[in-house]
Design a protein around this ligand. Structure first.
Ligand SMILES: NC(=O)c1ccc[n+]([C@@H]2O[C@H](COP(=O)([O-])OP(=O)(O)OC[C@H]3O[C@@H](n4cnc5c(N)ncnc54)[C@H](OP(=O)(O)O)[C@@H]3O)[C@@H](O)[C@H]2O)c1
Length: 285
C-alpha cells in the first residue's frame, strides 16, 4: 500500500515556520509582508482560490488586499494598476489570479509585474532565472511539488520523472525543478504518441493535465511516486488526474486530491511573499 502524502500536514509545518519568522521580522522592521492579489472577472474557482490565499495570508501575518475587477477591464488599465503596485512600498508581492479573460494578453501582464514582486514566479525574468537554476521566486505549484517529494520520499536524484502536461504554470517549471534536482526528465503532452509506455517508465509521475482519473493503475510502474496536480470538478466532486483507488495499490507514494498538491501551492505563495519582503530588506536566502 502506498504512502499517502499528506499535503495538508506538510503545508501546515511550512506555514507555522513562516508565521514564526514573520513575527520576528515584524518586530525588527516595523511591518510584516504585504501581498496584493488581482482578481479579474467572476470565475467561481478563481474566487475560491483567492479567498483561500487571503485567509492563509492573514493566518501567518501577511497583510493582503484583493483588487477585484470586472471581466471587461482593459489590459492597459490592468497594467497601470500593476505599475502602481510595483511602486507601493507596503506591497512586497503581486499576484494576478489566472486565467485572465481572453482579451487580456497574459504574457504582457506577467511582464508588467516587477520581477522582485512576482510571487507567482511567472515574469519572464524569473522564468529565465529558473532555467539558469538561480531563481528565488519560482512558480508555486512546482515548488510545492518538490517540497512534497523531498519531505516525504526524499530522494529525487537519479530518478526518472515523467511530467504529463507542459503548461507554463505547472508542467514546464516542475520539469525544470526536477531537472535541477538531478532527475532525468521526460515531458509529455496531448500530442505525445506513446504516453502509456512513457508513463510506465516513471519513478516519479507528475500528472498535470486536468483530466479526471486519466492515469490508471495499468499505466504506472510498481513503486511509482504519483504526484497528482489535477483539480477536476465532476458533479460537484473533486477528482485528480490519477485514478487514486487503483494507482494507490501499486504506487509507493501518492498525493490525494484534495489535500495533496493544492495546499502546498498556497504554502509556497506565502513562502515567496516572505522571500520578496526579505529581499526588500536585503536578507537573501
Ligand atoms: N493543485 C494545484 O495547486 C494546481 C495548480 C495549478 C493547476 N492545477 C490543476 O492542474 C491541472 C493542469 O493545470 P494547467 O494549468 O497546467 O493546465 P493546462 O494549461 O490546461 O495544461 C494542460 C496540459 O496537459 C496536456 N494534456 C491535456 N490532455 C492531455 C492528454 N489527453 N494527454 C496528454 N497530455 C494532455 C496539455 O497538452 P498540450 O500542451 O499539448 O495542449 C497541456 O500541456 C488542472 O486540473 C488544474 O486545475 C492545480
Amino acid at each position: 500500500m502506498a504512502l499517502i502524502i499528506d499535503g495538508n500536514a506538510i503545508s501546515k509545518q511550512i506555514r507555522d515556520g513562516i508565521k514564526c519568522e514573520i513575527e520576528g521580522l515584524r518586530h525588527k522592521f516595523g511591518r510584516g509582508p504585504g501581498l496584493a492579489v488581482i482578481l479579474v472577472g467572476d470565475n467561481p474557482a478563481s474566487q475560491l482560490y483567492v479567498g483561500r490565499k487571503s485567509k492563509a495570508c492573514s493566518e501567518v501575518g501577511i497583510y493582503s488586499e484583493v483588487k477585484k475587477f470586472p471581466g471587461e477591464i482593459s489590459e492597459s488599465v490592468l497594467i497601470d494598476l500593476i505599475e502602481e503596485l510595483n511602486r507601493d512600498k507596503t506591497i512586497d508581492g503581486i499576484l494576478v489570479q489566472l486565467p485572465l479573460p481572453e482579451h487580456i494578453n497574459e504574457h504582457r501582464i506577467m511582464e508588467a509585474i516587477s520581477p522582485q514582486k512576482d510571487v507567482d514566479g511567472l515574469n519572464p525574468v524569473n522564468i529565465g532565472n529558473l532555467v539558469l537554476n538561480c531563481a528565488t521566486l519560482v512558480p508555486c505549484t512546482a515548488a510545492g511539488i518538490i517540497e512534497l517529494i523531498q519531505r516525504s520520499v526524499k530522494e529525487i536524484k537519479g530518478k526518472h520523472s515523467v511530467i504529463i502536461g507542459r503548461s507554463n504554470i505547472v508542467g514546464k517549471p516542475t520539469a525544470l525543478m526536477l531537472l535541477h534536482h538531478h532527475s532525468t526528465v521526460t515531458i509529455c503532452h496531448s500530442r505525445t504518441k506513446n504516453l502509456n509506455e512513457i508513463a510506465k517508465q516513471a519513478d516519479i509521475l507528475v500528472a498535470a493535465l486536468g483530466r479526471p482519473k486519466f492515469i490508471t493503475r495499468d499505466m504506472v510502474k510498481e513503486g511509482v511516486i504519483a504526484i497528482d496536480v489535477g483539480i477536476n470538478r465532476v458533479d460537484g466532486k473533486l477528482w485528480g488526474d490519477f485514478d487514486f483507488e487503483g494507482v494507490k495499490e501499486v504506487a509507493s507514494a501518492i498525493t490525494p486530491v484534495p489535500g495533496g498538491v493544492g495546499p502546498m501551492t498556497v504554502a509556497m505563495l506565502l513562502k515567496n511573499t516572505l522571500l520578496a519582503y526579505k529581499s526588500n530588506y536585503k536578507i537573501f536566502p
